[in-house]
Design a binder for this molecule. Structure first.
Ligand code: NAP
Ligand code: GLV
Length: 334
């Protein structure tokens, strides 16, 4: 039987489809699998069910003799050197779509909490400073009717736009290619930054988007505007964001992802009352995480059966071309 490495705990019932067809070795001791463990255990494995916290680079691929397929349990693949995978003949799968709605919910939860100052209010109650009702106390901007600027109008960006319409927001967006999206106006990044009350980052991280929001971009934002990041930390220049918050250049920030990650407890970002940070929980619902694990397992089993994978990553080595076997999620377009 082929050997498969799983670099974090996956519940047994979700691994069942693999159980009869592969010998599974799993890192189940919590935290990210140590690199030394990966280097020791990957050689001889045909498949790897990987996590976004694994640094998958040429060194690891050189060591992973016999590796044919990586199936990552996330949609973002910025931790994977995809061209090195192609050169090593390694096919890659990931988990788009199944986490889109959960992540868009998180974006909305973050923007509502930050704009309406919910964590600050909760803190005042907990610290015993809740005084009599005051008509001019704890005021904020409005969420409804705000202009939301979505940077990256892909699956998650479009799910955020659908929610924004329910809040009577005006939606503007920037994307790489033109989209046909009703009730949303395409605009260049600088225009979006100037006119938005809330800027949401939902673009993938790559060479082009790393540092996309820096000092100059933050300066273009309204001084009342909020920056929300549910994509990847390095898309925003952290030092520039700290400086902008310190100088009151923007109204505040709400971050599901940061650079670095995890963010140390003494990081300057955590000192601002108007900066809300949560620990990369965008897709962390039971339903989404189970669906992600199911799809990651389906990608692996499809490959091992030499069938097309439900969610193959273009740019990696070719996937098998056999007929889809009709089990697991149906093949995705593209
Ligand atoms: P997606 O469908 O591929 O959407 C990405 C969008 O970004 C696409 O519309 C793409 O444009 C656009 N884009 C790419 N480069 C751009 C650029 N330079 N300027 C402007 N737009 C650009 O991906 P998705 O499923 O929505 O996921 C997006 C990202 O969210 C993932 O890559 C991941 O990093 C992150 N994520 C985070 C969490 C979390 O837990 N916080 C959960 C899920 C995903 P085109 O359509 O023209 O290519
Ligand atoms: C989560 O961050 C993902 O990319 O799926």
């Amino acid at each position: 039987m082929p050997r498969v490495l799983v670099s974090d705990f996956i519940p047994g019932d979700l691994l069942d489809p693999l159980a009869g067809m592969a010998e599974i070795e799993m890192w189940d001791q919590g935290g990210r699998a140590p690199r030394a463990w990966l280097l020791k255990h990957l050689p001889g494995c045909e498949g790897w069910l990987s996590m976004l916290s694994d640094d998958i680079d040429a060194e690891l691929l050189d060591a992973a003799q016999g590796l044919r397929v990586i199936s990552q349990m996330s949609v973002g693949v910025d931790n994977i050197d995809v061209s090195a995978c192609r050169e090593h003949g390694v096919t890659v799968g990931h988990t788009p779509d199944v986490l889109t709605e959960a992540t868009a919910d998180t974006a909305f939860a973050l923007m509502a909490a930050a704009v309406r100052r919910i964590p600050e209010g909760a803190q005042i109650v907990k610290s015993g400073q809740w005084g009599p009702w005051d008509p001019w106390h704890f005021l904020s901007g409005d969420l409804h009717g705000a202009t939301i600027g979505i940077v990256g109008m892909g699956r998650i960006g479009q799910a955020i736009a659908r929610r924004a319409r329910g809040f009577d927001m005006e939606v503007v967006y920037t994307a790489r290619s033109r989209k046909e999206i009703a009730d949303a106006t395409e605009i260049d990044l600088h225009g979006l930054l100037r006119m938005s009350d809330i800027v949401v980052i939902s673009v993938g991280l790559d060479g082009e988007t790393r540092g996309m929001i820096g000092r100059e971009e933050l300066k273009l934002m309204k001084e009342t505007a909020f920056l929300v990041n549910v994509a990847r930390g390095p898309i925003v220049d952290t030092d520039a964001l700290v400086a902008a918050l310190a100088a009151g250049v923007i109204g505040g920030a709400a971050l599901d992802v940061t650079d670095p990650e995890p963010l140390p407890a003494d990081h300057p970002l955590l000192e601002f009352h108007n900066c809300l940070v949560v620990p990369h929980i965008g897709s962390a619902t039971i339903g989404a995480r189970r669906a992600m694990a199911t799809l990651a397992v389906a990608n692996l089993t499809a490959y091992l059966r030499q069938q097309p994978m439900p969610a193959w990553l273009p740019g990696s080595a070719q996937q098998p071309q056999g007929d889809y076997p009709g089990t697991g999620p149906p093949p995705l377009a593209g």
